[in-house]
Design a protein around this ligand. Sequence first.
Ligand SMILES: [Zn+2]
Length: 336
Amino acid sequence: MSLVPAALAPWQQQRLDTALAAWRAGRLGHAQLLCGPEQLGKRAVADALVARLLCEAPQHLPPCGHCRDCTLRVAGTHPDFRLLTFEEVPKSSPPRLRTEIVVDQVRDVIGSMQLTAQRGGAQIVLIDPADALNKAAANALLKTLEEPVGNRFLLLVSAAPQDLPATIRSRCQRIEFVVPERESARAWLAAQGHPGARATEALEAAQGHPGLADAWLRAGHLALRETTLKELAGVARGVLAPLGVAQAWMADTDVAALRLRFVADAAVALARHGAGVGAAPVAGLTAPADTDKLAAWFDQLNRLRPQLTAPLRHELALAGLLAEWRGLMATTETRR
Ligand SMILES: [Zn+2]
């Protein structure tokens, strides 16, 4: 966390301003659920909210950055702030992180919250990602949610709020993040140093999502998308072998899931608009007449995607799907 929080995008600032207005009016609920798609800045807004709630400066001012509370927060040692996130698996070698937030973590934090605020101001627990709370952890947290204490806040950050128990969701005020208007997204991308044409292409690929578009532009993922879609077209035309393509995609573990996302998006674009719309590299493919089959194919691909994080080999499953893709596209061409 930097001393002075980084500038927020307009859609982020707006959510922060709304929450701070509620706080100044004394109506900020003790539990806030910051939810919406990934990479829209939920955590940045949560961090900015934490900074303001802890700072000693008068409420109408931004966090000062130099009081004792700000200094402790930036050093990561503020006694009234706790972050609940993935922890290391005990004694794991090489060290690896848990994939869920466990009940001991929640109990530990709640235990420390029973005392009054050590610095005399707000007490805050930030949970990110909140949907990673396992069942026991969520139950332990529920008790705290049911017994609000003045000037004590729980901030839950989640891109998958539907995975939270309804009992938790219903006790939170929501701060919803949505993909902003295209013009606002484009202006923000320009401010990040992305020129017009590339920004437009990236926004198209990311379906209007500026945070994703920015991340992809920085990582050079638009080129990866282009290559992936060309290879997909190669499979459909029978120029590339499904197994070879599947092996190449899966071997590149860092971006395997992203490749499949690009493929899934292309399948949706084909089903919706036919070939070429918003996905120039898919040009040359015709949308299958049998959209039911395409939808079934899309479902199978989506079932494969979350499994990629498991240490399994998925070349064969993917090769099977790519062979089917060729069949889907070929069927269309013979029908026309
Ligand atoms: Zn301060």
